[in-house]
Write a new protein. Structure first.
Length: 317
């Protein structure tokens, strides 16, 4: 890689779910003749369309999107796989004299790409089995509280119900004697010049957008999509490692199909869990990444103004 390639700026647009980042990325990509790198760990799966808020087919045809509709449910694709593949594709985009625009909100995908991966230890099956047994006996809340006492910054970015990451965080502490947060401070610097822009929206406005989006998803066929996934991939739902189906918007409807809750309650939980997810995203962005925040509401939500603010980051020294 030449020094010119290394220093070519890469625009990164991030924000919580329903913040409008995908629409802004499309606007900028059309203006710059850029290609979009989707940093969304659910949109990469072909089967997850409505529930992942995937861009419509028309937009996918207009602008080349990477990491959308590239994997099938059940195919492994880790944040490390994404970081490595996205890095190579950005270099290829630059070699073709085009801009790359990274957009997304998946925290592990973004951190892996923007910071690189440090020397995190391989898993220890004995420790993991013991932590899994502790999880079964005490519940995820107890393990989450344990992590919160040891590594509050890492804990703030996790969903206590996503037990795989919870166990991994505690496992790393036991193996190394250090927290994930402290280990990440010593990661290698980014190999590319990332210009990170975050969309700032007042919480009440964001939460209203989330509620509206969920209602629109339901009207667009989310229940039918979830039912198809439930019937076709029932066996995968029984495996803890298949996290792609353990996703807000689908999991609540799976519980409805299993008569664990009623429909109205399932929809209410989708909205609540999505708001919780947005809050964790914001905590992660503010604690882990060097973000230039721009107002994206009211008069400042004008597409031209937002595009200009982002493009200024590309030319800033």
């Amino acid at each position: 890689m030449t020094s010119d390639e290394r220093q070519k700026p890469v625009l990164v647009i991030l924000g919580p779910t329903a913040s409008g980042k995908s629409a802004l990325a499309m606007n900028i990509a059309g203006y710059l003749d850029a290609e979009i790198i989707s940093a969304d760990s659910r949109q990469i799966y072909r089967e997850l369309t409505i529930g992942s808020a995937k861009p419509p087919e028309e937009e996918l045809r207009m602008v080349r999107h990477h990491f959308i509709n590239e994997k099938n449910i059940g195919e492994p694709f880790t944040s490390g796989d994404f970081a490595e593949a996205a890095y190579e594709r950005i270099l290829d985009i630059h070699n073709r004299q085009k801009h790359a625009v990274v957009v997304g909100g998946s925290t592990l995908y973004l951190e892996g790409l923007l910071k690189g991966f440090g020397d995190l230890p391989p898993g220890d099956q004995e420790i993991r089995s013991r932590l899994s047994a502790e999880l079964t006996l005490a519940g995820s809340e107890k393990l989450y509280e344990k992590l919160r006492m040891l590594d509050p910054i890492q804990a703030a970015t996790l969903d206590p119900t996503k037990t795989q990451r919870l166990i991994r965080s505690l496992e790393i502490i036991e193996i190394t004697g250090k927290t994930v947060t402290s280990l990440q401070k010593y990661r290698r610097g980014p190999a590319l010049d990332y210009r990170i822009v975050g969309l700032s929206i007042p919480r009440p406005t964001l939460y209203k957008r989330i509620d509206t989006r969920v209602d629109e998803m339901i009207a667009s066929g989310l229940v039918e999509e979830a039912e198809y996934l439930y019937k076709k991939h029932y066996s995968l739902l029984r495996t803890e490692r298949n996290s792609a189906l353990k996703t807000v918007g689908y999991q609540e409807l799976f519980d409805f199909f299993e008569k664990k809750t009623d429909f109205d309650r399932a929809v209410t939980l989708i909205k609540q869990h999505t708001r919780n997810y947005a809050k964790r995203q914001l905590t992660f962005f503010k604690n882990r990444l060097n973000v230039t925040w721009v107002d994206a509401f009211g008069e400042n939500a004008d597409p031209g103004l937002l595009r200009a603010a982002c493009c200024r980051e590309l030319t800033a020294l």
